[in-house]
Design a protein around this ligand. Structure first.
Ligand SMILES: C[S@@+](CC[C@H](N)C(=O)[O-])C[C@H]1O[C@@H](n2cnc3c(N)ncnc32)[C@H](O)[C@@H]1O
Length: 282
């Protein structure tokens, strides 16, 4: 496990993932009944953008920094930016803090959770786990586990709340990660058929994504909504963009995404390259 998210924190792919995550969290919170948010590959909490690692790649410059500078964001993007400012103010102790820290998915989910919602976060890398544990040390609503996220799917499903959002966001260090996900999902869905699942994936080659979609369709009976956003053309062996597959998308989720995706793409694209697309898998 060599992957460290600090090199990529706040990148354009993080922006897309976290805006979609917030759209899902807001959709699930429309009903007052409590939910459980499960983050199978949670990362370390907050990422210091002044750290040597973040400064080495500066991926946040073409991600969150761009979005923060754009005008007239749609409501969900505004909530995302508010969340980042709020967490920065908390961590730096400054009221009008600049962008020093980028919050990872568990911190974002924690910001949007209501008093009766719960969060479970799994992280396998020892240092990342320790940092995540420290982040939520006195927080009774967040349970942090040092464990394989795929085992977490078995251990924590179904949640007693019977309402849940599960983010599956592995590092794709191994070429078989797509296959591992496609095989883990049917078991998870057997335990918790009505859960909302969000699976993040990198977009490098079209054929890999087409194969992934085919496998998902074959393995899963529930509706699957896919969101893709690229900021480069089809460059070979290059991270051209990223996508999310949403199993059991909430009511009116497609409309929400259709509304925000063009704005997000415009904010992130490099010279109008790449494209965006969202639809139900057929
Ligand atoms: C892409 S990062 C997570 C980013 C985070 N979800 C976010 O959006 O801010 C993937 C994380 O998964 C961790 N990881 C790798 N293999 C894992 C496994 N089998 N189970 C749980 N975590 C794992 C890595 O250490 C890394 O922190």
């Amino acid at each position: 496990m060599n992957y460290r998210h600090l090199f990529h924190a706040g990148s354009f792919t993080d922006v897309v993932k976290h805006v979609v995550l917030i759209a899902l969290l807001e959709a699930i919170a429309r009903k007052d009944k409590s939910y459980c948010y499960i983050d199978t590959h949670a990362g370390s909490g907050a990422y210091d953008l002044l750290s040597e690692q973040a400064q080495k790649t500066k991926e946040f410059v073409s991600g969150i920094e761009k979005v923060i500078q754009c005008e007239n964001p749609p409501a969900i993007v505004k909530h995302y930016i508010d969340c980042i400012h709020h967490i920065n103010a908390q961590l730096t102790g400054e009221k009008f803090s600049s962008l020093r820290f980028y919050p990872g998915s568990p911190l974002i989910a924690r910001y949007f959770a209501r008093p009766h919602d719960r969060i479970i976060a799994c992280e396998l890398q020892p240092q990342e786990y320790q940092s995540l544990r420290n982040t939520f040390i006195n927080d009774k609503r967040v349970a942090v586990h040092h464990m394989d996220g795929f085992l977490g799917l078995k251990a924590f499903l179904p949640p007693p709340e019977h309402r849940g959002l599960i983010l599956i966001d592995p590092p794709y260090e191994n070429p078989d990660e797509f296959i591992r996900i496609a095989h883990a999902l049917p078991t998870a869905l057997k335990r918790f058929a009505g859960g909302v699942y969000a699976i993040w994936y990198p977009i490098k080659t079209k054929s890999q994504i087409e194969q992934f979609y085919k496998t998902l369709k074959r393995e899963i009976a529930q509706p699957i909504f896919t969101i893709e956003l690229t900021i480069y053309p089809d460059l070979a062996n290059h991270l051209n963009g990223s996508g999310l597959a949403i199993i059991n998308p909430p009511w009116q989720f497609a409309e929400t995404i259709e509304e925000i995706l063009p704005w997000v793409w415009k904010a992130l694209t490099i010279n109008n390259q790449g494209a965006y697309h969202a639809s139900l898998l057929k």
